[in-house]
Design a protein around this ligand. Sequence first.
Ligand code: CTP
Length: 475
Amino acid sequence: MQILENYRQAIQHPIFEFITEAAKQLQVDAYVIGGFVRDFILERGTAKDVDIVAVGSGIELALKVAELLPNKPKVQVFKTYGTAMLRYQDIEVEFVGARKESYTEDSRNPEVEEGTLQDDQNRRDFTINALAISLNANSLGVLLDPFDGVQDLQAKIIRTPLDPDITYSDDPLRMMRAIRFATQLNFTIESDSLSAITKNSERLKIITRERVMVEINKILEAPVPSVGFLHLERTGLLTQILPELTSLKGVEEVEGQKHKDNFYHTLEVVDNISENTDDVWLRWAALLHDIGKAPTKRFSKKVGWTFHNHEFVGSKMVYKLFKRSKLPLNNKMKFVQKMVLLSSRPIVLASEVTDSAIRRLVFDAGDDIESLMTLCEADITTKNPNKFKRYHSNFKLVRDKIKEVEERDRVRNFEPPISGETIMTTFDLKPCREIGQIKDHIKESILDGCIENNYEQAFELMLLKGKKLGLTPKL
Ligand code: CTP
């Protein structure tokens, strides 16, 4: 962690010199503030997003900087917000005038007045995000840290500059941000903050779904996502965002028979999978793989707790959840649905590995077979070391078998060896139902292992099936 007297090292990029010069010419003070400074001190790599605060007009400063830059970049001005943005080399710089803000009860839109740097730091979300480095010639590189943000970075604490009740109620998105930063950085949320989040959790409703989901995705992309989901659950936020998950919470007992708590199980699965993949959609699949268990839960005296068809029900729920959450309704959603639908298939296989079951699995999963296996391995959360070992070695067997069957039968991206055209010419047919029947029969026979996946054997079978359907081949 970089703890320096002077932070000139942080402002080495050539853009900063131009900002210093522009500020001098306009006679305003300018500072780099927020995430850029935080990430520099944490040595998280040099951030590409730079936030500049001007004690004066941020827009004018941006225009002046653009004028001085050799390539004269375009400045995007957002008049309503009093901000402006430009790009230079690999850096995106946002300019804002220092301001004082006060919020109204039912809106995210604050009333804004011009303010000092200190006013601007006061309105920031966390002490670690309120750190500023001077870009002014007479104090270049000096750190302004009015709330001991550096100390909080060292102690790994998320704390608000002002009373947390005010900070969170002013901008409820910050509740999500607190939890997101705690998860990304492995920081502790200070206890008054946690209570304030719980107290203000209902105010999340004034935040748009899109912005909430940006934070959820960042939590899901963190090294140990359960940290965030546990906070979200305990503070009452999760039930507003993803009630399908909180419905999985709890253990019921009937006649001495219990089922596992599927909420905590799910979080374990998400953490497990995060060790093996950075693909956020596969992590989503892990998060949602059991959501069908709440609506399908039944108890029967004979077999105990059951969740019949929960994979199918769960995969149907994915669409509604994505739509409500303003997540993309494209092939990413379809991938998550598919993973949820197939999530129990390899587990069933692990006890009895037959060639035809493997072939069907590879056929159904297609190119997503690897992802599916990764999900199923992450799903092993048993605390019994013997079982743990056995399940993993069974999955290893399934993986080996998949490779073997794949090499031999090539069913991953199944292309029928006999086309509809061939069937029509052979039997001199116009488009009709029998063509589909023959094609299906060939496909099923290949998947069952009755014939091999090649033209000759498929042609033979086509003739046989055609005969059964009363068709005669054209000579
Ligand atoms: N900020 C805030 N309240 C918010 C959003 C942002 O006070 N709801 C302030 C913080 O000072 C933050 C800065 O604006 O550091 C920039 O915000 P943003 O770019 O969203 O976040 P970063 O802190 O830069 O972090 P990240 O890029 O990881 O989102």
